[in-house]
Write a protein that binds this ligand. Structure first.
Ligand code: SAM
Length: 652
């Protein structure tokens, strides 16, 4: 079946999930046209006869700089020969030292501009396919979106702004961040940065060489084939951990510049280098801005370690400026009380209160429906309040707060008695707290329930729930999130799901291809907007739960609620797909030869900026042949012949 103009879109579905068109819900006709019906696999929540609207959130009012379309650039409108100088603070105590650190207190980054290669708007395609009344309609994947500026404005790059679209950028993070800072004025506008750099342990364990090959081992055949990756790989590993730390330090410095004053940076790392990363972050963000060291479970089953098995990785979280206030929402997790002996009491539906059997404590299903599980807590306050010292008469007996004061005053105690919350607990009184008074508990820095990623497409993919927790804690809908280590696009995916704006980059085109495919084939629940007319920026509607404390129960009417920021209200008759995004690239990357001299960009840069090629294959091949690759331990790999790989051409 032929579908004109839709090749890539359909290919993504085919490559990602389906064996044939009908399986992905597309029906062809003899004219080579097709329409789409969203089947259970794409839209699993809906029965086929229900009408489903397909939507995206758009970020009304948010603007971005108009950056060049790849074919519209010349070296005059977009020169690439300037550099921006950055400086690290040399007077920091205590001082983590490594080879090259001292020499690297100043470094220059080439000012390059980012070029748009594709504008992707999957939602428009699905919408037009869904217009069944008017019959199937052909649209081009690259159809110009609504925010496409008129041509005369389109070449007025950087000077004017255009409506926001999210951004997937192929390029080294240092070049990309420098460009965002210096060409596009994004300094201070990013609310959260999630960075998951290679962990700095095995020389190539973080570089996936092919789209369809996830079992990367630390062996020569898995050395990345892309020129950009070879450069990134070499920058990071030329001097082992020393160059790794330089690589991270430079990038963290630029990341800091991008962050909003109330913003946060999260760096994911394993136990091998967590101490170094923490010290680097201390140096760049300052120790007072440390927020937390999060431990998350990375696997559910041990892998037979010789000694103590390592089940977790870490996220180091720093604020841009803690003193001035960090954007933060408390998250909650369900409080699990089954099996917990401190929750041993039950109130049956007929009002009878009794202690549970051991079996019942361990299995609440044995209790009658609508039973209320409760704890009996002390009525003596932790502190001392003279006005809360008095005698209570309860069921014919008199009680005093021995050597202390009650948790509330006389009026409060009367309220508690009225609500049947007080019980006789031996020689004193106890207060009943039901589980439903506060059914959740605050999320802390031990994320022990997380698991490895589901349906992994990338060798070092992060589970979405991990990025999600960080994002929900530190951003609101409409905020801008940046990930300089895109990989399979987990941060972009999570940001898209939760209505945040996003920018992400990766030096690997394998990663960019996977991320693009993942985003284009994604579908999400449609979360109800707080104020429809104001759009996503107004926020979402969330589920709330009671948070009753002894004090609030005693003072009737002073009930408190907690907002569950990870449980928005879902609009049942709508689903969402990824909103429009652009695929961009830095114009050129070059491989640094071992003599350390930067090769000069030849010519006037015109061809480069007009083609927008992310790599000059011949140049790379020649350079690779002459310079080889150095791996950890000073080993050098030399090449007698370098040719583009068939697999690589097919996959990227
Ligand atoms: C650990 S992975 C990130 C995985 C990601 N969290 C995910 O869920 O898929 C690190 C990524 O950083 C990328 N990377 C390495 N050096 C880079 C550089 N200098 N600039 C941009 N990306 C780089 C690698 O290509 C790799 O995709």
């Amino acid at each position: 079946m032929g579908i004109r103009g839709q090749g890539i879109w359909l290919q993504f579905y085919m490559a990602g999930h389906f064996k044939n068109w009908s399986e992905c819900g597309m029906v062809g006709n003899s004219n080579g046209m097709c329409h789409i019906t969203l089947n259970e696999e794409i839209m699993p929540r809906k029965k086929s006869h229900e009408k489903v609207e397909v939507e995206t959130y758009d970020h009304k009012g948010a603007k971005r700089k108009n950056i060049p379309l790849v074919g519209l650039v010349s070296s005059v409108t977009d020169p690439i020969d300037h550099k921006k100088k950055y400086q690290h603070d040399p007077h920091i105590d205590p001082y983590l030292s490594w080879a090259g650190k001292k020499e690297g207190t100043e470094f220059e980054v080439q000012n390059v501009s980012l070029h748009i290669h594709e504008r992707i708007d999957p939602q428009r395609i699905i919408k037009s396919f869904l217009k069944k009344d008017t019959g199937p309609k052909q649209v081009s994947l690259f159809e110009q979106p609504d925010n496409e500026p008129p041509l005369n404005k389109a070449i007025d790059f950087y000077k004017h702004e255009q409506d926001w679209t999210n951004r997937l950028i192929a390029g080294d993070s240092l070049l990309v961040m420098n460009s965002l800072l210096n060409k596009e004025g994004i300094a201070g506008k990013v609310q959260m940065i999630y960075m998951d750099p290679p962990y700095g342990i095995k020389y190539n364990s973080n570089f996936q060489p092919f789209v369809d090959k996830k079992d990367v081992k630390d062996r020569d055949e898995d050395i990345p084939a892309e020129p950009e990756m070879i450069q990134a790989f070499r920058d990071m590993w030329e001097l082992d951990i020393h160059s790794y730390l330089t690589h991270l330090r430079d990038r963290l410095l630029l990341a800091k510049e991008l962050l909003h004053e109330s913003g946060s940076v999260f760096v994911q790392i394993s136990d091998e280098n967590v101490h170094h990363v923490r010290e680097l972050l201390d140096e760049i963000f300052e120790p007072e801005n440390f927020m937390s060291l999060i431990t998350f479970r990375k696997k559910t089953r041990p892998l037979r370690a010789s000694y103590l098995e390592s089940m977790s990785d870490y996220i180091v979280w720093y604020a841009r400026n803690k003193e001035k206030g960090v954007k933060f929402h408390k998250l909650f997790i369900d409080q699990i009380i089954e099996g917990d002996k401190s929750w041993k009491w039950v109130e049956l539906p007929d009002g009878v209160r009794r202690i549970m059997s051991e079996e019942e404590i361990n299995n609440h299903e044995l209790l009658p429906k609508n039973s209320r599980i409760f704890q009996i807590v002390s009525m003596i306050a932790a502190g001392f309040t003279p006005s809360c010292v008095f005698e209570i008469e309860f069921k014919g007996n008199k009680y005093s707060p021995k050597n202390g004061s009650w948790v509330t005053n006389k009026e409060g105690i009367n309220n508690l008695i009225k609500q049947n919350r007080i019980v006789n607990a031996g020689k004193t009184l106890g207060l009943i707290l039901y589980h439903e008074d506060y059914p959740v508990t605050e999320l802390n820095n031990l994320w022990a329930r997380t698991v490895g990623p589901k349906d992994k497409i990338y060798v070092v993919q992060t589970n979405t729930t991990i990025v999600e927790k960080c994002l929900l804690m530190c951003t609101d809908p409409g905020d801008l999130v940046f990930d300089p280590t895109c990989g399979s696009g987990t941060t972009a995916f999570v940001a898209e799901q939760w209505g945040r704006r996003w920018i992400t980059c990766d030096t690997s085109r394998v990663a960019i291809t996977l991320a693009k495919q993942r985003l284009m084939t994604a579908n999400f629940d449609y979360y109800e907007l707080a104020h429809k007319a104001e759009g996503i920026r107004s926020g979402l509607k969330y589920r709330t739960v009671p948070h009753l404390t002894v004090k609030s129960i005693a003072q009737e009417g002073a009930e408190k609620e907690e907002t569950l920021y990870d449980q928005p209200i879902i609009e049942k008759n709508k689903v969402r797909v990824t909103g429009p995004f652009t695929v961009e690239a830095v114009p050129s990357l070059r491989i640094k030869p071992f003599d350390g001299k930067e090769p000069k960009i030849e010519g006037n840069g015109r061809e480069l900026s007009q083609t927008g090629e992310t790599g000059n294959q011949t140049l790379y091949r020649d350079e690779l042949k002459t310079t080889g690759i150095r791996t950890t331990g000073g080993k050098k790999i030399e090449f007698s012949m370098v040719e583009p790989m068939v697999d690589y051409r097919r996959n990227v």
